[in-house]
Design a protein around this ligand. Structure first.
Ligand code: UD2
Ligand code: MN
Length: 584
């Protein structure tokens, strides 16, 4: 027990030092769970943690516990390590008032190691709180595993946690209190970082919230000034977050079902968090990050498990959280971490061989089809299919039209039209039944800072009439020149939206000109016009930079692949067609 070993490895959330003679063992074991298993096993399952709440939170008082009601905590897992799973369980028990805890439900999603036999059942039987173990014989994926856990739960509130979490002092009361005040509140703690190598506990920032990009990846972004003002600068009040990370949240059990629980048509992993976020906001609920509640989570750089249908591994999008915490942790001003979500993008431009792409795309499409109305075009234009490297046909395991693009040393890159989406009619009926608002309403009212422009004129390629080439970001970053290459129709770097604010935007970057002679660069969109304001004329087909009055044209002979900026002359080289333009 921690009280008996205050200096033990990892106590108070300190970093663990693996002795040098075990370094090799630690390195070899890392790949099993994609974290340092040796370090995790050295830390007590009962380790102590600091109270990381801000001062204003520590002095808050809540309604009596009987009024708040009890929660069932549901933890689903697939091949979790014994030590991280049990530390999750013990931290729940050690740091939750007994009167608030109905039970803990562990759902084993067909683990293949460590959890065979009755070892876990025997272990939890000795704990002072009822802990149930449910087993799935066949892998169902985390979404259906959570549904199964919820089905068994008796508590008034459901609380979901990942299987490698640690709850800190005072984590539960503020979550339940917000639901007590408003039963349609879906509440998340601040997710702190448990370092995947040292198991050090690192406090996350209360100045980031959830968003998403055009690929429909969840991302952390800085909380805008607007939301700070709404709370009159009181950072201990809950944040109204546009989206949630997905793994850690509480919800009233009845409300969970009223609002459509989860989409059971989603497989394995991914996108269920955006689906729930859109649904909650659009159908009358609220999504909060309760800044007085802190729970740690082991963020990994890669996923440890196989995805049925392939052996691919995917770089974890949550990795951005690591970078964000380093840069924005503590009290750093917003400006210094304003580009975190972008700069630290670790996601490969192509998805990886295997079933990963198929599963993620399937889940994401279900979200887009049911909830995003016309804005689903952003996802489809950006990802018209998938381009994947594989050796054999089975490697990509997708449904859809397959075409070989490129071959290199036995590897082939194939493009896939689209993964199948399955039947979404029930989810659409749910949306009708709940009389949910539109995605436009969501963007306008809940997430005006979104990378998806609230009002836009077109989304698609920007094609030159003379050369038939397309404007292309070339994968470059903010501050760099844009390029121009043959149009490839594969979305990605060639997709721009012409917005009602008259900017040309691609994900979070805009075409920007700061000197009359150019060049045209990419710059973080600021939404204020200025250097990012362009006038597209659908008669003359010209794209004129408003400040400089110059027109966009094909590259000059000296500029190679960089589009030029020059006096408007009405020539064919200054005429542009905007992809799939849909004038509204
Ligand atoms: C994040 C969420 C995670 C989930 C996921 C998208 C956080 C901290 N985590 O990714 O909860 O919303 O995004 O789907 O917000 N698991 C199964 N069966 C499977 C695969 C996973 O039970 O087939 C379990 C796994 O053991 C873990 C949980 O599901 O407890 C989430 O998986 P993860 O930790 O790999 O996801 P993470 O944190 O990268
Ligand atoms: Mn996780």
């Amino acid at each position: 027990m921690s009280a008996l070993a205050p200096d033990g490895p990892g106590e108070m959330g300190r970093a663990v030092v693996v002795p040098s003679e075990r370094k090799k063992e630690a390195k070899d074991a890392f790949k099993i769970n994609q974290f340092n298993l040796v370090a995790s096993d050295m830390v007590s399952v009962n380790r102590s943690l600091k109270d990381v709440r801000m001062a204003a939170c520590r002095s808050k008082t809540y309604d009596p516990l009987e009024v708040l009601g009890r929660t069932s905590v549901i933890v689903v897992f697939h091949n979790e390590a014994w030590s991280t799973l049990l530390r999750t369980v013990h931290s729940i028990i050690n740091r939750s008032p007994r009167q608030l805890l109905e039970e803990i439900i562990l759902v084993d999603d067909a683990s293949e190691r460590d959890f065979l036999g009755k070892k876990l059942e025997d272990y939890v039987a000795k704990l002072p709180v009822p802990v149930f173990v449910l087993r799935a014989r066949k892998r169902t994926g985390l979404i259906r595993a959570r549904l199964r856990g919820a089905d068994k739960a008796k508590g008034k509130i459901l609380t979901f946690l990942d299987s490698h979490c640690e709850c800190t002092p005072g984590w539960l009361e503020p979550l339940l209190y917000e639901i007590h005040k408003d039963r349609s509140a879906v509440v998340c703690p601040i997710i702190d970082v448990i370092n995947d190598d040292t198991f050090e506990y690192i406090t996350g920032s209360d100045m980031t919230w959830g968003g998403f990009n055009w690929k429909l990846n969840f991302r952390w972004y800085p909380v805008p000034q607007r939301e700070l003002e709404r709370r009159k600068g009181d950072r201990s009040l809950p944040l109204r977050s546009p989206t949630m990370a997905g793994g850690l949240f509480s919800i009233n059990r009845e409300y969970f079902y009223e609002i459509g629980s989860y989409d059971p048509g989603m497989d394995i992993w991914g996108a269920e968090n955006l689906e729930m976020s859109f649904r909650v906001w659009m159908c009358g609920g609220t999504l909060l990050i309760v800044t007085c509640s802190h729970v740690g989570h082991v963020f990994r750089k890669a996923t440890p498990y196989t995805f049925p249908g392939g052996t691919g591994r995917i770089i974890n999008r949550n990795n951005a959280r690591l970078a964000e915490v380093w840069m924005c942790g503590g009290q750093v001003l917003i400006a210094t971490c304003s580009r975190v979500g972008h700069v630290f993008r670790k996601v490969s431009p192509y998805t990886w061989p295997g079933g990963v792409a198929r599963i993620l795309n399937h889940n994401t499409r279900r979200t887009a089809e049911v909830w995003m109305d016309e804005y689903r075009d952003f996802f489809y234009k950006f990802n018209p299919g998938q381009a994947l490297w594989g050796k054999k046909d089975g490697d990509i395991g997708v449904v859809g039209e397959v075409e070989v693009f490129e071959e290199r040393k036995g590897w082939r890159m194939r493009g896939i039209k689209q993964t199948e989406v399955g039947d979404v009619s029930e989810r659409k009926a749910l949306r009708e039944r709940l009389k949910c608002k539109s995605f436009h309403w969501y963007l306008e009212n809940i997430y005006p800072e979104s990378q998806m422009p609230v009002d836009y004129v077109s989304v698609g390629e920007v094609r030159n009439k003379q050369s038939n080439q397309c404007v292309d970001t070339m994968g470059r970053k903010t501050g760099e020149k844009i390029g121009m290459v043959p149009c490839h129709g594969m979305g990605g770097n060639q997709v721009f939206s012409y917005t009602k604010k008259k900017s040309f935007q691609t994900d979070d970057l805009c075409l920007d000109v700061s000197s009359v002679r150019g060049p045209v660069k990419l710059f973080q969109c600021h939404g204020l016009g200025g250097n990012q304001k362009w006038q597209y004329d659908k008669q003359t087909l010209t794209i004129q930079h408003v400040n400089s009055k110059q027109c966009l044209g094909t590259p000059s002979p000296t500029a190679r692949d960089t589009p030029s900026l020059g006096a408007c002359d009405g020539s064919l080289s200054q005429q542009w067609l905007l992809g799939n333009i849909d004038w509204k």
